[in-house]
Design a binder for this molecule. Structure first.
Ligand code: XMP
Length: 328
C-alpha cells in the first residue's frame, strides 16, 4: 500500500519540521491502536525526544499495564514511562457510585498525574540541552475532529468523555495530531506497516475510565479483581472461538446485586456478571452480537467455576439506542 507508506514518510518529515531539532513532545498512551500508532510515528520521527506516559489508573484490564509496557517499550522501542497511580485512583473512587462522578474523578486525577510526570521529565531533561517540552501528542482521528467540531455525538452529551483540553491550557502545550486526517481502518493499516502487533492493531476500544464504569456501584479492589477475572475469561474465549474481530466491543460488567445459587449442597448468595458484545461501525448505534450458544456456555461455565464471588452469568441482548454500549 504505497499511499500509506508515503503517508508515513511525509508525516515523519512534518513532525520533524514542527518539533524542530531539539524540541520535546509528551503524550499519553493507553495500549489502544490510536495512541500506539501515534506514539510509534513520533518515535520514528524524533526518537527519545518523544516521551510516552502510561498512567496505571488501577482500572485497566487484567495484566494490561504490563502487556502494554512490554509491547511499547521492548518491541516498539518507544521511550515509555509507566506511572503506577492505582492506589491514588482507587482511593478517590472509594464510596463513589455515580457513573458521572466516577468519570470526573478519573479524568481529573489522570490530568493531575500526567502533568506531574511531564513536569518531572522536563526537570530531568533540562540539563540535556533539549528544549522544554512544548508539544502534546494526541491520537485524534478524523471522526473525533468532526465530532468535536459539531459536538453532535450522542455519547459526548450523554456521557462526559474525558479529554486533555486542560493540559493544553495549564502546561501551555501545543497540540500535535498526526492521525487527524485518518479513519480507523487507515490507522489499522498504518499500524501494520509500522510493525505493530496484530493483537494491538485490532484491540477493541476501551474507555478512559476503564472497568470503573463496568463495575456498577462502588469500585473497590475486591470488585475490580472480580470484574477483571471475568472479563479476561470472556475475551479469551471470544478469541478462542475466532470471533474477536467480528465483534466491535465486548466486556464483562459486574452487577451490584446478589442472587441465590447452589454449589454442592450449599446455598450461595453471590454477584452477577453481565456479558456485553456489540457490532457497530461508528459506536453511535450498535446491535447486540448474536453470540453462539456453545460459546456462551463455555464462557458461563468458566466464569462461574473460576471467578470467586460470581454464581450467575447473563447475556445482554439490548441494542443502542435505546441502551448504550457501556452500562454506566
Ligand atoms: P456508550 O456507552 O455511550 O459508548 O454507548 C460509546 C463508546 O464510547 C466509549 N465510552 C467512553 N470512552 N471515556 C471514554 O474514553 C468514557 O467515559 C466513555 N464512555 C463510553 C464506549 O466504550 C464505546 O466505545
Amino acid at each position: 500500500n504505497w499511499t500509506m507508506a508515503s503517508f508515513i514518510d511525509k508525516e515523519i518529515e512534518r513532525i520533524r519540521a514542527i518539533v524542530g531539532p531539539s524540541g520535546q513532545v509528551v503524550g499519553a498512551v493507553s495500549g489502544g491502536v490510536d495512541s500506539t500508532v501515534a506514539a510509534k510515528l513520533m518515535k520514528d520521527a524524533i526518537g527519545d525526544r518523544f516521551h510516552a506516559i502510561l498512567v496505571d489508573n488501577g482500572v485497566m484490564r487484567l495484566n494490561e499495564c504490563q502487556a502494554v509496557k512490554e509491547i511499547l517499550r521492548n518491541r516498539l522501542g518507544i521511550n515509555l514511562e509507566v506511572v503506577d497511580a492505582s492506589d491514588l485512583f482507587l482511593g478517590r473512587l472509594a464510596g463513589i457510585k455515580n457513573p458521572e462522578k466516577k468519570r470526573k474523578i478519573i479524568g481529573n486525577t489522570f490530568i493531575e498525574v500526567f502533568e506531574k510526570q511531564a513536569a518531572l521529565i522536563d526537570e530531568r531533561t533540562a540539563a540535556s540541552g533539549h528544549g522544554k517540552i512544548d508539544f502534546l501528542l494526541q491520537g485524534t482521528l478524523y471522526p473525533d475532529v468532526i465530532e468535536s467540531i459539531s459536538f453532535k455525538g450522542p455519547s459526548a452529551t450523554i456521557k462526559t468523555h474525558h479529554n486533555v483540553g486542560g493540559l493544553l491550557d495549564d502546561m501551555k502545550l501545543k497540540l500535535i495530531e498526526p492521525l487527524r486526517e485518518l479513519f480507523k481502518d487507515e490507522v489499522r493499516a498504518l499500524g501494520k506497516l509500522l510493525n505493530i502487533d496484530d493483537e494491538l492493531v485490532w484491540r477493541h476500544p476501551f474507555p478512559g475510565p476503564g472497568i470503573a464504569i463496568r463495575i456498577l456501584g462502588e469500585v473497590t479492589p475486591a470488585q475490580v479483581a472480580i470484574a477483571r477475572a471475568a472479563d479476561y475469561i470472556y475475551i479469551e474465549e471470544i478469541k478462542n472461538a475466532g470471533l474477536y474481530r467480528q465483534i466491535s466491543q465486548a466486556y464483562a460488567a459486574l452487577l451490584p446485586i446478589r442472587s441465590v445459587g447452589v454449589m454442592g449442597d450449599q446455598r450461595t448468595y453471590e454477584q452477577v456478571i453481565a456479558l456485553r458484545a456489540v457490532e457497530t461501525t461508528d459506536f453511535m448505534t450498535a446491535d447486540w452480537f448474536p453470540m453462539p450458544y456453545n460459546v456462551l456456555k463455555r464462557i458461563s461455565n468458566r466464569i462461574i467455576n473460576e471467578v470467586k464471588g460470581v454464581n450467575r452469568v447473563v447475556y445482554d441482548v439490548s441494542s443502542k439506542p435505546p441502551s448504550t454500549i457501556e452500562w454506566e
